[in-house]
Design a binder for this molecule. Structure first.
Ligand code: BES
Ligand code: MN
Ligand code: ZN
Length: 494
């Protein structure tokens, strides 16, 4: 897919489809005015005939465009001009691009991007347009023998902009494309079945990223090395499965050698049955998404390398399966973590924190400027925040504020939950240093409280993406979140 900046007047541009905004309440935006004038009043006529009202998301396709150089005009409502905010604009954008993705023509020009929107400058509008195009045109057909409904016909999308905004729009397109490719990678990894997307498959994909990017190196530890590091908690999770575990480390070096890296740790459980504390059968297939934290880390590393950001970023991915078997961990087992702390495993379904605690201990050797772990960690987070916001917890107000702001800016929002030391009381064990679960209360917080015991004084944040990493229902599949949030945060650091 090609994105091109288009300056100049709408009525002069040759295209198969001009995507043109209109307001409810009559007044025409410049692109609509220009086409209306050159086209003998075809837009004012459609509005006068009440074929389109201009409410947010309204659409009307005009196919009789006379002598105009555009073969079609897709009118898109933005609502009342005075109320045009980012939310309304995005809704209209998504609707319009979904329509275009179903079209049979190979180019279009998007004029929504040249309309001023409160809370989204020209850079942001271009970036969101590119990200949204990739989002609505995404198809997962890797496992179908017949792809069926084929990919969109569109090959080129013009992004209309004023000459003054050109530079920002170019940057928005560049950033949007890198982020969108990372999101597509994460969606693919999430959607692939657990018999394909195994720990060794994630290693292959990580190597693929390093192969295409000079500044990325990959290391993948196997069972023997994981044993040597004494990652007793990680080993306890993998021991019930025949599939070998891997511990993947990706390093992107775009900054000075002395710059401390941002370290991202991603939960990579390629299938979570719960282990001996087995989950109910209904919807258990969704636990193939339990590696979406890992997918996020791979996506971010790919995008950061693609954009050549002048920072250092390290990705750490512990990955294995959580299965029941004769060699599986029993509830009641006590293991020693790499940090030296002992853990009583009261519930083998609380496995994410077990692989993450050892990964966090390992990550500390990089002396992180910031340590961020990303995990589909608790069903409780889904109960608390639904599928709208990711859960955010941590020990640094500055880091938490930066991540919240990044999520807000990127439309990939998070919400902070508290992490008072008192919550630590809930995971006390009579037999070991700590238990891996508390009771039913505050499940997202007790999980984070468990992790907090391993981060020391490092600035650390934890993103619980159990609700946001995938969609259910007719739109079932990976979402690629929270890649936009993390990319915004990293772009902001440069
Ligand atoms: N991967 C799950 C969390 C999860 C559940 C994500 C549902 C998305 C939807 C995690 O490993 C898990 O099983 N957590 C348990 C923790 C409990 C045993 C304390 C949970 O949330 O039920
Ligand atoms: Mn689990
Ligand atoms: Zn899990």
């Amino acid at each position: 897919m090609q994105f091109q900046v288009k300056t100049g007047s709408a009525s002069q541009q040759r295209t198969a489809c001009a995507i043109v905004p209109v307001f409810s309440g009559g007044e025409l935006p410049p692109a609509a005015r220009s086409l209306d004038k050159a086209g003998g009043g075809l837009i004012t006529r459609a509005i006068r005939n009440k074929d389109i009202k201009g409410e947010v998301g309204d659409q009307l396709l005009l196919t009789h465009t006379g002598e105009l150089p555009c073969q079609r005009i897709l009118l898109v409502g933005l609502g009342p001009k005075a109320k045009l905010d980012r939310r309304a604009w995005r809704k209209a954008l998504r609707g319009a691009l979904s329509t275009v993705a179903r079209g049979k023509y190979d180019d279009a020009i998007l004029h929504l991007t040249s309309e001023p929107v409160s809370g989204a400058d020209a850079y942001r509008r271009a970036r969101l347009a590119v990200e949204t195009w990739h989002d609505v045109s995404y198809r997962f057909t890797a496992m179908k023998s017949e792809p069926g409904e084929t990919a969109p016909a569109l090959k080129r999308l013009g992004i209309a902009a004023s000459a003054r905004d050109q530079r920002g729009v170019r940057r928005g397109i560049e950033h949007g494309a890198a982020i969108a490719q990372a999101v597509a990678l994460a969606k693919d990894l999430g959607n692939l079945p657990p018999n394909v997307c195994t720990p060794s498959y994630l290693v292959e994909r990580a190597r693929g990223i390093a192969k295409r990017a000079r500044k990325v190196t990959v290391k993948a530890l196997g069972l023997a090395e994981i044993r040597k590091l004494r990652m007793g908690a990680f080993l306890a999770v993998t021991q019930g499965s025949a599939e070998p575990p891997r511990f993947i480390v990706l390093q992107y070096r775009g900054g000075r050698a002395s710059d401390r890296p941002v370290v991202l740790v991603g939960k990579g459980i390629t299938f979570d049955t719960g282990g001996i504390s087995i989950k109910p059968a209904g919807a258990m297939d969704e636990m193939k998404y339990d590696m979406c934290g890992a997918a996020t880390v791979l996506g971010v590393l790919q995008a950061v390398a693609e954009l050549g950001l002048p920072i250092n970023v390290t990705g750490v991915v512990p990955t294995c399966e959580n299965l029941p078997s004769g060699t599986a961990t029993r509830p009641g087992d006590i293991v020693r973590t790499m940090s030296g702390q002992t853990v009583e495993i009261l519930n083998t379904d609380a496995e994410g924190r077990l692989i993450l605690c050892d990964a966090i201990t390992y990550a500390l050797r990089f002396k992180p400027a910031a340590l961020i772990d990303i995990a589909t960690l608790t069903g409780a987070c889904l109960v608390a925040l639904g599928r709208i916001r990711s859960g955010l917890l941590g020990n640094s107000d500055k880091l938490a504020d930066d991540l919240l702001a990044a999520g807000q800016a990127a439309d990939d929002r998070a919400w902070r939950l508290p992490l008072d030391e008192d919550y630590g009381e809930l995971i006390k064990s009579p037999f070991a240093d700590v238990a891996n679960v508390g009771g039913r209360d505050a499940g997202t917080i007790t999980a984070a409280s468990f992790l907090s015991r391993f981060v020391g004084k490092t600035d650390w944040a934890h993103l619980d993406i159990a609700g946001t990493a995938w969609n259910v229902g007719s739109n079932k599949g990976g979402t690629g979140r929270p890649i936009p949030l993390l990319m915004e945060y990293l772009l902001h650091r440069t």
